[in-house]
Design a binder for this molecule. Structure first.
Ligand SMILES: Nc1ncnc2c1ncn2[C@@H]1O[C@H](COP(=O)(O)OS(=O)(=O)O)[C@@H](OP(=O)(O)O)[C@H]1O
Length: 326
């Protein structure tokens, strides 16, 4: 819980709201958040959210509105895709004062579902009334049971998917895999069932994850299209503020994260934050984000592009937009 020490002029907050003339309670909740922020209160949850001590009963005023931060289940999830740019999106969204995001990936719906919703809630950062709680676990997008499980938690949850050219995504994925397990077979030998006939192994995880239409259809069996927002991984790099603007609209938030927050770091080759949350120094994502990919035979890339063409077309139709992957 947060202890409030407020100047006398803010005694309004301690009083009985119901007894008071305007400003109305609805005006005061955001006001309180502003007061808290102005007084240096920071959001927690920079990736170190440990298994919490449960969720304390939040204090309420006479009208039942919560004044202290409490742990709540997420109202928005970044469900994928792996290597799409999910970390960048989450870190950029954290700049928004109305978002409280868990820094680590909880993998609740795919790995830890048996621990139950109370466990999941206890993992979340504390949030004030009106703030949106969210987390990202890119594997959710491709795990078969996840849409039904997410739906069982909330029918209204907002879902975000960052998608990226599946060929580039697969190479990015493999680059990470080989960095963790050096000596594994080459990309080429894993991507093909038979290199001579050119038959592709679509069940190899780095390729299978890129079958976006197939995964999207599973989500659409549980959630309406307008509850799923697609972010272009390519535009998240070329125009982060533009993509962030659309995500904030989707979440029903004011556009507070704008081009003022980003600069393009030429050395890194990616957009970075001028001032990330809780810091005054510019900040780029870590070394594992935006790394040099293993080089792949151009002929293999051409074959993969041919393979994905019909899948991408089907995905564009489901998405109602063309992501321009050729
Ligand atoms: N601003 C910024 N800085 C650095 N990297 C950025 C940024 N925006 C998007 N990206 C792209 O994010 C890719 C990693 O995606 P994810 O964070 O989804 O990866 S993971 O699934 O969590 O491992 C990562 O993939 P690689 O380039 O293959 O490393 C980046 O291309």
């Amino acid at each position: 819980a947060i202890t409030l020490t407020l100047a006398p002029h803010s005694a309004i907050i301690k009083g009985n709201i119901a007894d008071m003339a305007p400003p109305s309670e609805d005006c005061i909740a955001p006001l309180l958040v502003q007061v808290l922020k102005a007084s240096g209160w920071r959001q927690e949850g920079n990736g170190s959210d440990a298994l919490g001590s449960g969720h304390p009963a939040p204090e309420t005023n006479s009208s039942g509105k919560e004044w202290t931060a409490a742990r709540r289940l997420p109202q928005a999830l970044i469900i994928g895709v792996k290597k799409g740019g999910t970390r960048a999106l989450l870190e950029f969204l954290r700049l928004h004062p109305d978002i409280r995001a868990l820094g680590s990936e909880p993998h609740f719906f795919d790995r830890h579902y048996a621990r139950g919703l109370d466990w999941y809630r206890s993992m979340m950062p504390k949030a004030l009334d009106g703030q949106i709680v969210m987390e990202k676990t890119p594997r959710y997008f491709v795990t078969v049971d996840t849409p039904a499980r997410v739906h069982a938690m909330s029918q209204d949850v907002k879902l975000i998917v960052v998608v990226r050219d599946p060929v580039t995504r697969a190479i990015s994925d493999y680059t990470q895999i080989i960095s963790k397990t050096p000596g594994i077979p080459s990309f080429e030998s894993l991507a093909f069932k038979n290199r001579t006939t050119g038959q592709i192994d679509s069940l190899w995880s780095p390729l299978w994850i890129g079958l976006y239409a197939q995964h999207m259809e599973r989500w659409l069996a549980w959630f309406p299209r307008n509850q799923i927002h697609l972010v272009s991984g390519e535009r998240l790099i070329s125009d982060p503020a533009g993509e962030l603007g659309k995500v904030q609209d989707f979440l029903g938030l004011q556009r507070i994260v704008t081009d003022k927050h980003f600069y393009f770091n030429k050395t890194k080759g990616f957009p970075c934050l001028k001032k990330p949350e809780g810091s005054s120094k510019p900040h780029c994502l870590g070394k594992t984000k935006g790394r040099t990919h293993v080089s792949i035979d151009p002929e293999v890339i051409r074959k993969l592009r041919d393979f994905y063409k019909p899948h991408n077309q089907r995905f564009y139709q489901l998405a109602g937009q063309n992501f321009g992957w050729h």
